[in-house]
Structures are given as C-alpha cells and as structure tokens.
Design a protein around this ligand. Structure first.
Ligand code: AMP
Length: 180
C-alpha cells in the first residue's frame, strides 16, 4: 500500500453496524477534518484530469458535493449537483435506483449539461454502484461525455466498479475496503 493509501485509510473511521446490522459504515467526516488527508484525496482524484478539458464536476448528493466542489476548483471547472428527489428548484429529470431497502431517486436540472460536454462524476464511496449508475444514466440522457467516475473509497466485494465500467465509464478510486 502506498503512503497516500495508508494515510487515507487511517483517516477514515469505521462504524460497525451503522445504519443497519452487518454494515461497516465508512465515515469520511474524520478524513474531511484532517487537512492533509482531505487535500491529498482531492489532489489525487483530479491528478489524471488536469489539462483534460473537463468543464463540469458532477457531485452526488450529499458527500459527493464536498469532494466535487474542491475538485471543480482545482480543475477550474464548474460544479453540477445531482440531488435527491424534490430538492432542485427548476425543471428536472429523475432516475430511480435500488437501495439496500427499497428505492431512491436522483434528479438533475433539464438544462444542466450541454451536448458533448466533458464531465466527471464524483461521490465519496462506491458500493453496489446503483447510485452512480443512476447518475450516469441522467448525464447520458443529456448527451454528456463522461470522462470518468471518481470515488475515494471502493468496496470491491459489492461489484460497483464493474457495473460502472460495463456502462463504458472509466472508474478511478483511491482506496479499497474488503467486505461490506
Ligand atoms: P451504492 O449505490 O450501493 O454504490 O452506494 C453508494 C452510496 O451509498 C454512496 O453515496 C455512499 O456514500 C453510500 N454508502 C454505501 N455503503 C456505504 C458504507 N459502507 N459506508 C459509507 N457509505 C456508504
């Protein structure tokens, strides 16, 4: 494991059995409040994309907003929020996706992305990939060129990375945790 990976792993707090029995919740609030770990995680996520002409960073509600805003600043790109249902004020397009228990919906403004615009999707963590898949479908409906989907944490046992790569979107993650 690289020095960066061990710093980031140490900066994340794991809460067993939250919010449900059997889930190991990867709490990034401790990474965010650690100046070095926060800065290095943002730098590392944007690293391959400097000079790649990215015009928008698309953050998933809500933890994707924190990394996404910082990444947008770093790349001199704009920021677009993908929000949970009912939060965006203008006309929206909606996509449902499966959660562990039940369903949820993500929304984007109808005029958010221009045809062919280069964007990067970002969230804190990819598990089953259902949330990111819904975001990718919304962006593809608007004709975005999705250059990559970036996550600080991958839970490889849940297969999300493969699901997103099978949609033709390259995935960048910084660290992995085994199990759920
Ligand atoms: P998924 O749609 O299954 O890929 O789940 C990803 C979303 O759920 C992300 O927005 C994560 O923040 C959140 N999430 C899923 N599993 C965990 C976990 N073990 N710890 C922290 N957040 C999680």
């Amino acid at each position: 494991m690289s020095n960066l990976q061990s710093e980031l792993k140490k900066a994340i707090r794991t809460i067993p059995n939250y919010p449900h029995e059997g889930i190991m919740f990867r709490d990034i609030t401790t990474l965010l409040s650690n100046p070095s770990a926060f800065r290095r995680s943002v730098d590392e996520m944007v690293h391959p994309f400097t000079g790649a002409g990215i015009s928008q960073i698309v953050g998933i509600d809500a933890r994707g907003f924190i990394f996404g805003g910082a990444m947008a600043h770093q790349l001199s790109a704009g920021f677009l929020p993908l929000r949970k249902k009912g939060k965006l004020p203008y006309e929206t397009v909606t996509m449902s996706y499966a959660l562990e228990y039940g369903e949820a919906e993500l929304e984007i403004h109808t005029d958010a992305v221009k045809e062919g615009e280069k964007v990067i999707l970002v969230d804190d963590l990819i598990a089953t990939g259902g949330t990111a898949e819904a975001g990718i479908k919304l962006l593809q409906m608007q004709g975005a060129d999705i250059v990559a989907a970036c996550f600080v944490i991958d839970l490889p046992d849940l297969g999300g990375r493969k699901k997103i790569e099978d949609l033709g979107v390259p995935v960048r993650t910084l660290i992995e945790f085994e199990g759920e």
